[in-house]
Write a protein that binds this ligand. Structure first.
Ligand SMILES: Nc1ncnc2c1ncn2[C@@H]1O[C@H](COP(=O)(O)OP(=O)(O)OP(=O)(O)O)[C@@H](O)[C@H]1O
Ligand SMILES: [Mg+2]
Length: 462
């Protein structure tokens, strides 16, 4: 039974919330002041969400919140505040509170918020446990965690929680760099197949003539050069999960073979004589609109419907700007640790610039900007000068002479180049051939530039 801790100096509020939440099946602890609440948190019973009043006599809500975070408690905290004091609520959100609710309560909204908080707490605990488990198994190898507290990300966590443990095929859709691969991994780790293999294949990175043997393997002597049997990804993922990345890039001929495995759970190795049966869960991802491709005739409708049982939509970063500060701090601290620099975070001004930007390359682009900033900075907090000029001026590509603030010519040109390439990639839906054509460079040069500017998608990672 999830446990909720209610902290409010008014006894009637505590009582009301206790009745309400207990009726919904929560275990409820109430505290009339912060010190009592801390006792509960330090106690042996696990607390899954905290509702705390902002205005309290001894320690107020914000201070209470700051204190438990300092002590390393990650439990989601919902702040309760009266109308007209939203400034404090906003401050609480900035400090990383889970959400805030207004008094007098809208009961439905309150319950929904508590429910979400408890779900997120559950996910977070599972991920922590898994991370610990994995760290024990393979020292040094950590599971990348999904970061984000926006409503849109909560929706994603909810979907993961709901469908991870089923064997349904999942299609993850979303723009480049939104975290599709991360989500695929999270689904696997939260499924009952977690001890089985997680195998990834990037359909765009493998030449068409090799794709079949990569997926299904081949028998010895199947073709010249096949000197021994090779297992395909489907077999390697037996008992686990196969992640088909960039599924839109599978040629039509292969689509038919893929459909057969999805329907019948069996396939032939190249040159094989009897079908192989496998128990493999499929997760696919794409940044293209498969529905549209079906209409154009470049993707089979039957395969689309097979893949599209459950769809998880990754929100673009520009639609969840409230996550930008959180993500940036995380990437900055990660890079600082790696580079052994004493950088601690980001200044308000720099964060505001990040929040104002459009992020066509989404979280991946943000990560690159943060890493670059950590390399460049000479202070303890990232400041606007550490960010690419395109972000500083607030307009993509608009680095004008009047705005020059001492960057080298190379830095300026590089910034312009970067945003032009991004813009072109975006215009062509990240189709590299068309982008290269329009920019008047060859594909190879484009690949190199994409790499240089840290704009690579998984297409170039392999
Ligand atoms: N919610 C998140 N929290 C932390 N890191 C994230 C998050 N989303 C994405 N990232 C990071 O951003 C980068 C891109 O993520 P990922 O590779 O999963 O994107 P993608 O959607 O698969 O992109 P593409 O379509 O280009 O393959 C990775 O470095 C990943 O760790
Ligand atoms: Mg990817």
């Amino acid at each position: 039974m999830p446990r909720v801790l209610v902290v409010d100096d008014e006894e009637s509020v505590c009582q009301m919330l206790r009745d309400l939440l207990e009726a919904e099946g929560y275990a409820v602890l109430t505290a009339l002041h912060a010190s009592k609440a801390l006792e509960y948190l330090y106690g042996k019973d696990e607390v899954n969400a905290v509702l705390v009043d902002i205005r309290m006599p001894d320690i107020d809500g914000l201070e209470f919140f700051a204190q438990i975070r300092r002590e390393g408690y990650t439990v989601p905290v919902i702040v309760m505040t009266a109308y007209g004091t939203t400034d404090t609520a906003i401050q609480a959100m900035k400090l990383g509170a889970f959400d805030y609710v207004l008094k007098p309560f809208n009961i439905e909204e309150l319950l929904l918020t508590v429910q979400k908080a408890v779900e997120v707490d559950h996910m977070a605990r599972e991920l922590t446990a898994l991370r610990r488990e994995l760290a024990g198994k393979a020292p040094g190898k950590e599971i990348e965690e999904l970061i984000g507290r926006s409503a849109a990300m909560h929706e994603v966590y909810k979907q993961i929680g709901k469908f991870a443990d089923t064997d349904y095929t999942i299609l993850i859709v979303g723009e480049t760099g939104t975290g599709k691969e991360l989500v695929a991994g999270a689904v696997h780790r939260n499924s009952k197949r977690r001890d089985g293999p997680f195998v990834r294949i990037n359909c765009a990175a493998i030449p068409e003539n090799l794709l079949e043997s990569e997926l299904f393997g081949y028998e010895k002597g199947a073709f010249t050069g096949a000197s021994s049997r090779k297992l395909g990804k489907f077999e390697l993922a037996h008992g686990g999960t196969l992640f088909l990345d960039e599924i839109s890039e599978i040629p039509l001929a292969m689509q038919a073979k893929l459909l057969r495995v999805l329907q019948e759970k069996e396939f032939d190795r190249v040159g094989g004589i009897k079908p192989i049966k496998v128990d493999t869960r499929i997760i696919a991802a794409t940044n293209r609109d498969l529905g549209e491709m079906v209409c154009e005739g470049s993707f089979r409708a039957d395969l689309y419907y097979r893949l599209n049982v459950i769809t998880i939509r990754m929100p673009p970063l520009r639609e969840r700007k409230e996550d930008i500060g959180l993500l940036a701090t995380h990437f900055i601290q990660q890079a600082a640790a790696k580079l052994n620099k004493p950088v601690q975070g980001i200044s308000d001004e720099a964060r505001e610039l990040l929040e104002a930007y459009d992020w066509p390359g989404n979280v991946r682009e943000l990560r690159n900007v943060c890493e670059r900033a950590v390399v460049l900075t000479r202070s303890l907090l990232i400041v606007p000068e550490d960010l690419p000029a395109t972000l500083q001026s607030g307009f993509e590509g608009e680095v004008t002479a009047e705005k020059w603030t001492g960057q080298t010519l190379y830095e300026i040109l590089s910034d312009v180049e970067r945003s032009v390439i991004l813009r072109a990639l975006k215009k062509h839906n990240f189709n590299r051939t068309k982008t290269a054509q329009e920019l008047g460079i060859n594909r190879r040069t484009l690949y190199e530039k994409i790499k240089e500017h840290g704009l690579e998608t998984s297409l170039t990672e392999e």
